[in-house]
Design a protein around this ligand. Sequence first.
Ligand code: PLP
Length: 446
Amino acid sequence: MTTQTSHTSQTSNAEEFARARAAMPGGVNSPVRAFGSVGTTPRFFVSASGPRVTDVEGREYVDLVGSWGPAILGHAHPAVVKAVQDAAAHGLGFGASTPGETALAELIEARVTRDGARPVERVRLVSTGTEATMTAIRLARGATGRDLIVKFAGHYHGHSDGLLAEAGSGVATLAMPGSAGVPAPIAAQTLVVPYNDLDALREVFDARGDDIAAIIVEAAPANMGIVPPAHGFNAAIADLAHAHGALLILDEVLTGFRVGTAGWYGIDPVHFSPDLITFGKVVGGGLPLAAIGGSAALMELLAPLGPVYQAGTLSGNPLAVAAGRATLDHLDADAYARIDRAAAQIADAAASALSEAGVTHVVQRSGNLFSIQFAAEPPTDYETVKAQEAFRYPPFFRAMLDQGVSLPPSVFEAWFVSAAHDDAAVGQIIDALPAAARAAAEAAPG
Ligand SMILES: *Cc1c(COP(=O)(O)O)cnc(C)c1O
């Protein structure tokens, strides 16, 4: 394994960032990477292995970003790398069908099952989560002949025009109301409702129910920090949608195949029936791949069989398919048990360290996903998330980074633990937490 690259000693993160800013807006290709809300220089990485990443200065960090989820087996997992190398040796892409795409679709269909229900009978592969949710919405509109979409404040579904209203993730981190460049008539097709508030949702359906094509929901919200669904919430919104002839789009781009074999769908305390499910992140094993799944009747409304158009030059790319298949193949019960165990250890240690330092906080959990929030009561929606003492996160984050732990650079993101987070990696994180908790305690609103 290569541990040094030729430029390791010749450049610094600051130099790389200066050069990047002169070449790319904000120096990044996705906003949260700019470290805008944590007040330090973004690290430029040159390699990664298992639970660790290495920056251009040759410093190694235990990583809790995991490429925002896909590195669930750890970085550069040998079986995934080999699968991609083998695929690459046979051609980078054909713009035509390959047997591997069918195998990946079958794998997804077989995994997403519960109590005999099998909501994914057909799959379409795309390249990003944004495309997956965008396509799911077009499909819902095509199926129902209706235009309106209901989303929840603080939920992030990618960066398509209609879904940025009060979105989480980078939109939350930058405190943006949405985005410039979205035409008002398009924004008006999205109704935004507070999360975990069934009464508010019922009011919207009472008023506009005949015009609503679908509710789109993060299966367990993770883009405003972790905010678990209230008990039975997903089932209640599925029932409400169906009672009004609308569909439920379950966005599992982040949770799918991360929190368990069948994603959040498989572990929600109450069984429910989504109509369309979107996947991304883990399903691509680190390469650009995402998917939409649903019943044959709905999915076959897509072109070429049906009238709802969707296409992609790179859709089902053989390298991405190989990475996705290898990743799912290695995500067995044992891997999830390791992730769950390491996640619980880190979450418990974070809570203890913050308590010890006298910092008001809660650690919210959805399966093996968790995040810390600087609030006295567990936030239940975007308003309560935003009301926390977010100013405590930047010094906490920087103290962890100084001690060699790379956390998500925003309080509004989940911590991603992998199956490669062994005792040494977990121990290093736990050792770093007390100093970070003290830094959070000393933080002042700025
Ligand atoms: C990351 C994410 C998306 C967008 O996926 P991209 O691949 O970044 O376009 C959509 N929905 C959820 C829930 C996500 O976490």
